[in-house]
Ligand binder design. Structure first.
Ligand code: AMP
Length: 394
């Protein structure tokens, strides 16, 4: 039996999943190596989520390449007999040119390296794992699915900043992210509500990272994330859209340099920064501290305002879809967002929302509301299976 490995490399971790290769891939194993560069450890779970292995790993020289080797060794031990026939990678940046998943070649890997300055926190780790696999298993087909690709269907005006043209020509433009999740959710919506999926839909990916995507007939027309994944909504630790003058002020008056600005924007703001308590929605919902309530209120306010902006880009709204950790699990967030969208014609079915059903809008609601769990690993496995089925022999 053949299987597909799906890899998602971050700065200090590599998450992986193994699927039985088929048109509808079936999850076999899930795992991660965490603490790369500090205290590395491996964890592996079966398809039901039962932990089947936990292992401390040597610290000395344990980088992304070593982590990749360890992962393949552990995976092979557990998979016994189920050959891995391809590796599919989540790659954060496909630049302006890659609008679909693809089979990786040496030339394309070099091209992806040119996008490192566009995503310095993620792209180098994605490439380190791709290269480590290429050197250990040169014959293994590898694919890349890009977080940016789904958004390349946006009209040029939605991808453009109002800045001097020279900088736009240099690549300073809106790329959009969370595209693998949006592609998966848009596909699921097509399966559960085909007529709705042809219309004007806003998908709200509300997790630790959060963004909205305006989708018409399954294609992205606008999104809240832009040049980086810091733009748009308030997030767990990211501030989202901010007056650019604030950044100049922080440099002038607080002596901030680039790294301090990065820390401020990506790690000290959002739900964590405003509450002073946590970036985790569950902790904030459980807290009686007024600062926790303020942080949640601001999170909701920003979502509602940006839904208005997405609806304007679509020329109206037929459906709103919630996904990711908060969107899938926090009925209160869905109810509060929906209340702010009453003016667009959205009325929730409260009991259906409490139960987290797929369709949560009331029968008389002009705008449909849905909860559709995302599954980025499955999307990568599917696309990888499609690519290797059509791939020419190497
Ligand atoms: P993600 O990045 O998609 O894994 O989402 C992480 C976010 O989802 C965190 O803010 C969690 O607190 C939130 N989350 C996960 N489960 C729940 C839940 N049952 N209720 C409320 N928030 C949740």
């Amino acid at each position: 039996m053949s299987s597909i490995a799906v890899l998602n490399a971050g700065s200090s971790s590599i998450k992986f999943a193994v699927f039985q290769s088929a048109a509808e891939p079936l999850l076999l194993l899930k795992g991660q190596i965490e603490g790369i560069g500090a205290t590395p450890r491996a964890k592996l779970s079966d398809a039901k989520g039962n932990v089947v292995l936990q292992e401390e790993l040597p610290r000395e020289g344990f980088d992304h390449a070593a982590a990749t080797q360890t992962m393949m060794r552990i995976g092979a031990r557990w998979l016994d007999g189920k050959d891995i026939v391809a590796a599919g990678h989540r790659v954060v940046h496909g630049g302006a040119e890659y609008s679909a998943p693809l089979l990786l070649t040496d030339q394309i890997i070099d091209r992806l390296a040119a996008f490192v300055p566009l995503a310095p926190l993620h792209q180098p780790h994605n490439l380190a794992v791709i290269r480590a696999i290429r050197s250990a298993y040169p014959q293994l087909p590898q694919t890349a699915c890009f977080d940016t690709a789904f958004h390349r269907s946006q009209p040029p005006i939605a991808q453009t900043f109002a800045i001097p043209r020279k900088f736009s020509d240099d690549g300073l433009r809106r790329y959009g992210f969370h595209g693998i999740s949006y592609e998966y959710v848009a596909g699921r919506l097509r399966a559960v509500a085909p007529a709705v999926a042809e219309g004007r839909v806003v998908i709200a990916h509300l997790g630790n990272g959060a963004s909205l995507c305006a989708v018409r007939n399954g294609r992205s027309v606008a999104s809240t994330m832009g040049f980086t994944a810091a733009d748009g909504l308030m997030m767990g630790t990211r501030c989202g859209s901010i007056d650019p003058g604030v950044l100049v002020h922080l440099m002038d008056q607080y002596g901030f340099g680039a790294r301090e600005l990065e820390d401020f924007i990506y790690r000290r703001s959002g739900l964590l920064g405003v509450s002073g308590i946590s970036s985790d929605m569950r902790t904030l919902r459980a807290s009686r501290d007024p600062a926790a309530k303020e942080a949640i209120a601001l999170f909701i306010y920003r979502i509602v305002r940006e839904i208005g902006s997405m609806a304007a880009a679509l020329g109206g709204l037929d459906a709103l879809v919630f996904t990711a950790g908060i969107g899938e699990n926090d009925a209160a967030t869905r109810a509060e967002v929906a209340a702010g969208c009453g003016w667009l014609g959205l009325t929730l079915d409260d009991p259906a929302n409490q139960r987290g059903e797929t369709l949560i809008s009331a029968p008389q609601s002009r705008v449909g509301a849905f909860v559709i769990p995302t599954n980025e690993e499955l999307e990568i496995a599917k696309r990888t299976a499609e690519i290797i089925r059509g791939a020419p022999a190497t």
